[in-house]
Design a protein around this ligand. Structure first.
Ligand SMILES: [Mg+2]
Length: 191
């Protein structure tokens, strides 16, 4: 799990602290989700699954969704992007649910996404590339949260401004690193 950084926030920074920081969605350990009884994945779209506004489905991405579904996870793409036929087509190809035109971190859009996958917040994990939309919104509603590195460098102008603040927040949340237990071998937790 070289590209997996586990964090446990505290105090006022807790809401901005993801449970995991990963390089890409492909580093998401399914065992980590299963240990926490996560059943649903709410994932951001732009710069998390694909480069900004490039809604083509790569084989690797299709395989990632297939693997999640084969493992019993339900999925929904939760995006602030405006509805478009290309995004609709993409979600159909990936056989995933879709909530478009959201305004993350506004909570009602997270609730709508949770309804689509019929999961409670505690059973769901939010994945995204932004602290102030994906991580904050997911933490507010009580989901597990995973921050990935953005795929590309192109993004909405407003997002670029937020990145300045985000870098400062991320420097401080990295203090909350959870050190792996020595000899931890993925033991099964008892119920
Ligand atoms: Mg994004």
């Amino acid at each position: 799990m070289a590209d997996v950084l586990e964090l446990k926030g505290s105090g006022p920074m807790r809401l901005f602290t993801p449970n995991l920081r990963l390089k890409t969605i492909y580093d998401l350990p399914l065992s980590w989700l299963k240990e926490r009884h996560v059943r649903a994945i709410l994932t951001d779209l732009d710069n998390t699954l694909v480069p900004w506004r490039d809604y083509r489905v790569a084989d690797e991405l299709a395989g990632w969704f297939r693997d999640l579904h084969d493992n019993g996870f339900r999925t929904v793409i939760l995006t602030n992007a405006r509805p478009s036929p290309t995004i609709q087509k993409m979600s159909e190809e990936l056989e995933t649910q879709l909530v478009v035109g959201a305004r993350k971190p506004v909570q009602r859009f997270f609730r709508r996404a949770l309804e689509r996958v019929n999961a409670s917040p505690a059973e769901a994990c939010v994945i995204g590339d932004q602290v102030f939309t994906d991580v904050l919104g997911g933490n507010l509603i009580g989901c597990y949260t995973v921050l990935v590195e953005r795929i590309g460098h192109r993004e909405f102008f407003g997002t670029r401004l937020m990145r300045v603040l985000e870098r400062r927040v991320l420097r401080s949340v990295n203090r909350f690193r959870v050190e792996p237990e020595p000899g931890h071998g993925g033991s099964e937790g008892s119920e």
